[in-house]
Write a protein that binds this ligand. Sequence first.
Ligand code: 5AD
Ligand code: SF4
Length: 429
Amino acid sequence: MKTRKVYIKTFGCQMNEHDSERMLGIFCSKGFFEVEEPKDADVIVFNTCAIRQKAEHKFFSSLGRVKHLKRKNPNLKIIVAGCIAQLRGEKIFNFAPYVDYVIGPDNINYLTEILNGKISNKVLISENPEIAKINLPVLRKNLVKAWVNIIYGCNNFCSYCIVPYTRGRERSRPSESIINEIKILAEQGYKEVTLLGQNVNSYRDGDIDFPELLKRINEIEGIERIRFITSHPKDLSKKLINTMMSCEKICEHIHLPLQAGSDKILKLMNRKYTYEEYLEKIMWLRQLIPNISITSDIIVGFPQETDEDFNKTIDALKEIQFDGIFAFKFSSRPGTAAAKLDGHLPEEVKAFRLAEVLKLQDEITEIKNKFLEGSIQEILIEGKDEEGFTIGRTRTNKVVKIIKDLAPGKIIKVKIIKGHRHSLEGEII
Ligand code: 5AD
Ligand code: SF4
């Protein structure tokens, strides 16, 4: 292949965003540069998401839109990567015979061979436990904060979730290579790292568990802030909370997906905790880290969710008072246990419940943000928004807008002068 321009479109979560940074790293090491429009590219990559049907639809319509480019440029290569690649494999060719390669998340290292023209296989989706050990080049666009993979895959099999099928079994990355990567990031001037994994709490490399890994990262000079996503409530230990408390760089924020407030639904979801057990962990967190912000994921309209079950989710939101949530309508995914359950709910019921949840949480978030008015917060400057405001983020992961030009990477103290529904306004003190 003698092509030089690549277009990458990423769907889905931070894990995918980071995989795109790694794919871009490989492309750049082969002399490619990135372009903004598919029509300008010699290689088009779709890094896809399968978590909900909507994400899958979005990808297939984007894929349909580049078909004509292949007619204009027969040398154009189209690569489908990510979770839909893993899930659908060669069936993608039935829908779109103009696709050239299908590469699952564990096989992105083979991009090098593809670009060298050394691979004839068009579908690369086999198990590749080695991916956790391979250090791929990464091209990061953000110069202040960086994502760092620590654990791949998931063993939990929550009944609604496609991830264990698309990203395979849990594999922890060797701690030495994580630490080395973060040391290099610190030397390059990065201030913040976010450790990535489907369930970071399960991290283990010999004697090094997740709290121990955090302690070691906390010692890396130059890194000022450490974050991590995502934590599974069943694995959130007192040891981790104590570590969060004792390591000054670990930010006071945790994303802890609750999913539902009803024990019946939690059981059907195979989440392995009850609402009371979840609440107890929230209590530990708030007792030991008083200013902690807690965010969550909620699914509404899971099969067999009655009004009474749904009201338990509403009650949970009122009781816990999350700082923010991501809420989703249940989407049936092929091959998952939930897809086979009886009692799937009509779309209107799901839509109604989603609107209820979002409305309630908006009110809670707004009250919480108003409560911060007058407080002093430390923010890390990340850049500017579309309106030209300088944007920073508190340690609790809240966005603060300020009217002053400041270089990304600076950490400053601001006074919050206004709390809005989705952001805060601050002024430098
Ligand atoms: N339907 C709706 N939401 C889902 N999630 C995962 N699978 C599904 C599904 N089938 C949500 C969960 C998870 C988040 C990343 O996406 O809330 O925490
Ligand atoms: Fe999916 Fe559950 Fe694993 Fe999260 S923990 S990726 S929701 S199976």
